[in-house]
Design a binder for this molecule. Structure first.
Ligand SMILES: N=c1c2ncn([C@@H]3O[C@H](COP(=O)(O)OP(=O)(O)OP(=O)(O)O)[C@@H](O)[C@H]3O)c2ncn1[C@@H]1O[C@H](COP(=O)(O)O)[C@@H](O)[C@H]1O
Length: 120
């Protein structure tokens, strides 16, 4: 079975105005037709919904709600990636590049580089 993220990315690509996406027939085409403000607003809303669903889990809520909200966030983020000419594979490659590098180590490295650049 092919990668579901890659398949969804192909569908999103096909919904671009340049590829004949019809805003009357497709949700993705409609968002792409409206432009970045429309899908970036959705990403902001979906991110907030992820936070709220996670907080609900702490109060005994259904964790599946969190899965649904994260799916909404990923989906709308993929529309943004497509608009800017990027693919899920680019994000996967970035995560792979970070594989095994502790966030704490990375932060210390970044701070040391900033200090060096600042001439300290
Ligand atoms: N994965 C998704 C997907 N996830 C969420 N959504 C839609 O995202 C929309 C926004 O979610 P909300 O919960 O905010 O719903 P809402 O209150 O109606 O939001 P508003 O748009 O009114 O602000 C809803 O209409 C959902 O149906 C999706 N719509 C499409 N896809 C995929 O994209 C493909 C192409 O879709 P179309 O372009 O519509 O053919 C589909 O085959 C699916 O694979």
């Amino acid at each position: 079975m092919s990668d579901p993220l890659a398949r969804l990315a192909d569908v999103i690509e096909s919904r671009k105005p340049a590829n004949g996406g019809d805003p009357d027939a497709s949700y993705v085409a409609r968002l792409l037709h409206k432009g970045p403000d429309a899908f970036l607003k959705k990403i902001g809303e979906e991110a907030t919904e992820v936070v709220m669903a996670a907080k609900d889990c702490d109060q005994g809520g259904d964790p599946k709600k969190l899965v649904g909200e994260v799916a909404d966030l990923w989906f709308h983020s993929m529309i943004a990636l497509a608009h800017y000419g990027l693919k899920p594979a680019d994000v996967i490659a970035e995560l792979q590049r970070r594989e095994g590098l502790s966030g704490l180590e990375e932060k210390a490295l970044r701070k040391a580089q900033a200090r060096e650049a600042g001439g300290e």
